[in-house]
Design a protein around this ligand. Structure first.
Ligand code: ATP
Ligand code: MN
Length: 296
């Protein structure tokens, strides 16, 4: 056990030399170091929101779990009461408000950080509408990019700003910042948009979750717009064989749809942030649009 001084707090850390990505030899220390370096752009997208920690205690090839209940924690790690929709049973989710809390999460071998879409104090109010574009092989990133552009076009026609990021795995996520939204409104809007795209090109897009419908097509997963669902955070690492990042990308990169250009390892993500700042800053902007259904 070691203690790291992080801002004004002592954070207990352990097994820093444990390898979390065997293929690259990336250790827990390096994972924590990445999160510290990216914190200034990551935390604004995570702070205040309940999160799920995707933990890999023995590394990315080993057993893993999505932890929604806060494990034992120092008193300064904030938690938020959440309730299961069906049973109404409650539990406490972690909230990563600051750098020490982020290091605490990293020490738990958290590789991926998955925030819910609303603030702990306003869980009925999603801050964003999300389109999770999932290509079904042989469709891949290129096809997901094509569909992302069509999603963007329709959002644009409705006066809604859209931001794209790679999932860091197979697909693309499109985020729409909103104010005063409800999950009924965002889910309903996203579902109608997905259905419209599937009607337009049924050979390319599906709007239903049924896996057998997906080969060769892109699922526009509208159902992520739910108070019980999380989406991987921008700048989060992904637990693939080698470390990748869910990286905000400009729309012209989505147009080029080049897999290499759209793949970010932690160092490239940090270099890009150093050069350009937070490409997702607009997602946090206060001038975001009113929820579509609230306007009509
Ligand atoms: P990909 O590009 O491979 O689809 P993804 O992150 O979009 O990567 P999905 O399977 O499409 O992965 O899921 C979307 C989001 O739903 C994830 O980012 C994650 O936050 C959440 N999620 C998926 N599976 C689980 C799970 N078993 N438990 C908790 N959250 C999950
Ligand atoms: Mn996805």
């Amino acid at each position: 056990m070691t203690t790291l001084r992080v801002l004004d707090r002592d954070v207990a850390v352990s097994s820093l030399d444990r390898v979390l990505y065997p293929a690259t030899g990336t250790t827990k220390a390096e994972v924590i170091d990445y999160y510290v370096r990216v914190a200034h752009v990551l935390l604004p997208h995570v702070a205040g929101r309940p999160v799920t920690l995707h933990r890999f205690p023995e590394g990315v090839g080993g057993p893993h779990f999505f932890q929604t209940r806060t494990p034992p924690h120092p008193p300064w790690v904030r938690t938020a009461r959440m309730a299961y929709e069906r049973s109404g049973k409650t539990f406490e989710s972690p909230v990563l408000d600051d750098l020490p809390s982020l290091v605490w999460a990293g020490n738990l071998s958290t590789v991926e950080i998955h925030p819910f879409l609303g603030l702990a104090e306003a869980q009925e109010r999603p801050l964003v509408m999300v389109f999770d574009l999932d290509p079904g092989p042989p469709a891949g990133l290129r096809e997901a990019c094509e569909v992302a552009l069509r999603v963007r076009e329709r959002l644009d026609a409705d006066g809604l700003a859209a931001y794209a990021k790679t999932s860091g795995a197979k697909g693309i996520h499109v985020y729409v910042p909103l104010r005063d939204a409800t999950y009924d409104a965002t889910k309903g809007y996203a579902k109608r948009l997905a259905a419209a795209l599937a009607r337009e090109t049924p050979e390319r897009v599906v709007d239903r979750m049924t896996r057998s419908l997906r080969p060769g097509k892109v699922l526009v997963d509208w159902s992520q717009n739910d108070r019980g669902k999380s989406t991987v955070a921008p700048y989060s690492l992904r637990a693939l064989r080698v470390p990748t990042v869910s990286m905000p990308v400009p729309w012209d990169a989505v147009e080029r749809a080049d897999a290499e250009e759209l793949t970010y390892d932690p160092q490239r993500a940090l270099d890009t942030v150093a050069a350009e700042g937070d490409r997702f800053a607009g997602v946090l902007s206060l001038s975001s649009a009113a929820c579509p259904d609230a306007r009509s």
